[in-house]
Every structure is written in structure tokens, then in C-alpha cells.
Design a binder for this molecule. Sequence first.
Ligand SMILES: [Zn+2]
Length: 218
Amino acid sequence: METTVTKEMMAAIALKVVQRLCALQLLEIPIGVSNRHIHLSREDVDALFGKGYQLTPVKMLKQPGQYACAETLTVKGPKGSLNKVRILGPERKKTQLEVSVTDSYQLGFRPPVRMSGDLEGSVAFDLVGPEGSVHEDEGAIVALRHIHMTPQIAQRYGYADGQRVDVEAGNDQRRVVFRNVPIRVTETSALEMHLDTDEANAAGAVNDATARIIEPGE
Ligand SMILES: [Zn+2]
């Protein structure tokens, strides 16, 4: 079957492409650099700080409802430890430790690169607090980089939850393209790309610098 492509059809397609490119140019995604941190279950707050202890929020994070706490803990791995690792609130169902690959050398283990919350088969570690210690059979991960987006922004720019994209970020000297970055679309989010300290340092990227989606990932 023969299809006739008219001038009008070509013009309409060209317009769509230009509109899409313009939209991509406009979407500046602030970068949030995640240092090593801990999310705690209620049970572990009790064990580490004493029964009924309430964590102290000191700084609200860009993601709504998330905050840094005044409290820190010592993290122990098979070969070493890290002091003063920040706790992020609110409490979660399961305790989770997020470290960079550089941190993992210090601790002496090799956690898998995972999306936050995907802890099955992740790595064991110990936490030491002022009132006690806990051993976790799993829960240590290297966080998988990702972009947070509201449904409104996703719809406007044509993205879907779970979609992977390529993102350009960083300063002029170390500018890199992060490939296959998953997008997380949730109502309670702010537009932000989360990188860990290794990734941010490799790109010369700092907090609130902007990243840009350059093309679809695989
Ligand atoms: Zn995040």
C-alpha cells in the first residue's frame, strides 16, 4: 500500500519535533547530592536510642516530608567503620543504609546498586548508637541514581514512571552523561535528580546545579 505524505503532514511532524525539543531544553532538573545516610525502623530507633525516643528533625529536604535528623550513628562493616553517619527521617518500615562505592571500600563490603527500598539480598552491617547496637542481616545498598518527578511534570514533558533516560550533568571540565537513569513519578515529590557523592564528584556536580535529559535511555 502506498502512503502519500503531504506537505501539511510534514509540517505537522516538524512542529511536533520542535515543540518536543523546546520542552526538553526547558526542563532543568536540580541535582541533589546524597551523602551516605541511614533510614531507621521504629524498632531500631528504640534499640539504638532508647524506647520511645523521637528523632530530631534539623533540616527539611527537597523531597516533601523528608528531613535530616540531628542524630548520627556509627556504621560498622566487615573491615572498618564510618562515624557520624546522618539519619534521615521519617522512620521507615525497614532500616536501610545508603553508601557510595568509596564508602564501601572503607567498610569492607560490596553492596548492590539498588533503588531505595529494594533491599532483598542486599548486604549486612551493624549500627552503633548511644543506647545500643543493632545487627542488620540486609539493608546496605549503593543507591541507584534516579529522577523524582510529579505526575504533572511527567505528563507535560511526556515521561512515565519507571522510564529510563540519559541525562547530561556536571561542570564544564568534568561534564558527563549519566545513562539509563530511571524516573520515579510520585504525587509527593519535587523535581530533582539524586546522585551519590561518587557520581556527583565524577561529574563536578554540586547541589542545585542543573541536569538535562538529552535522549531516551535503553
Ligand atoms: Zn531520591
